[in-house]
Design a protein around this ligand. Sequence first.
Ligand SMILES: [Zn+2]
Length: 118
Amino acid sequence: MAASYITDLTHFLDERGAIPADLPIQARQLAENIGEIVASVTVQGPNPKTTVTCWINKSKNPCAGKIEAGFNLDSLDIIWHCQKCDTHGTITNWENTFWDCGSDDFLDAVLEQPFLEL
Ligand SMILES: [Zn+2]
């Protein structure tokens, strides 16, 4: 069964909204991947494609599948899914982080789109 991650983006950031310098490397990489998903979704809107490849490491090699992502329109959490290994996750508290490329106008536009089933 594929893993599911729930990530509160603010847990990776310090009080200035930056990634702390002493964050362990694995957490830093996860933060960067999750942040990239947020950036992709907030730039592109309802288009579910991201530039992120799956980082899940089940054997010796990363999965490297394509990550698709979109919004949960009930909560406005960002949800993502790997097309290859089926790992998926939810990102909360992404709004106003430095990966958030959206605006209020953008969110209004998203809310008018049909829900994307991942
Ligand atoms: Zn994968």
